[in-house]
Design a protein around this ligand. Structure first.
Ligand code: S3P
Length: 179
């Protein structure tokens, strides 16, 4: 039975790598944000606006417990998922956890383009965005680093880079998998 949790900051490439890896392995891909949006018939942005961040984190916690029971899946979590409640401990119990580690410069470049879908970032200018990423990473790294594996998510910009990353991730997971 395969159950992998992919974690890391916004823009780390969790969805890009997760989707491609799940397809290559013939397992189901679940993006926790999309799962929440489908279950609640609302966008993440709407849930933040209606319930505040605390309300969203509670939903996220509960939905993680739902998808965390599924088998033969790769679950791409939200950037904040490992940092609230005992979510990281839960994921470590339930399956293989991978922290997609990406340098700030790369995150900043990706998020400058992708910030509009993300309620936490959408109203920030470049300088604010960079500072926000730096400060958030400092707070979040201790949680991300509790993942069983760490993987460099910098190289996901083309099909060939994605394919190489899939192979490297496979090797990492096979080499260190739980007995
Ligand atoms: C968040 C990350 C988002 C989403 C929400 C909050 C965060 O997920 O869950 O906007 O706190 O980092 P992605 O990392 O998939 O963008």
């Amino acid at each position: 039975m395969i159950r992998i949790f992919l974690t890391g900051y916004m823009g780390a490439g969790k969805t890009t790598l997760g989707k491609a890896y799940a397809k290559a392995k013939g397992i189901e891909f679940i993006d926790l944000d999309w799962y929440i949006e489908k279950r609640f018939h609302k966008t993440i942005k709407e849930l933040f606006a209606e319930r505040g961040e605390d309300g969203f984190r509670l939903i996220e916690r509960n939905m993680l417990r739902e998808v965390g029971e599924f088998e033969n899946v790769l679950i791409s979590t939200g950037g904040g998922t490992p940092c609230y409640f005992d979510n990281m401990e839960y994921m470590n119990q339930q399956g293989e956890t991978v922290f997609l580690d990406v340098p700030i410069d790369v995150l900043f470049r990706r998020l400058k383009v992708g910030k509009h879908q993300r309620p936490i970032l959408s109203n920030k200018n470049d300088a604010e965005l960079r500072l926000f990423i730096e400060e958030a990473l400092q707070k979040r790294l201790p949680f991300y680093q509790q993942a069983r594996h760490s993987f460099d998510g910098s190289f996901l910009e083309s099909h060939s880079q994605i394919n190489e990353s899939i192979e490297k991730l496979e090797i990492l997971l096979l080499a260190n998998s739980k007995k």
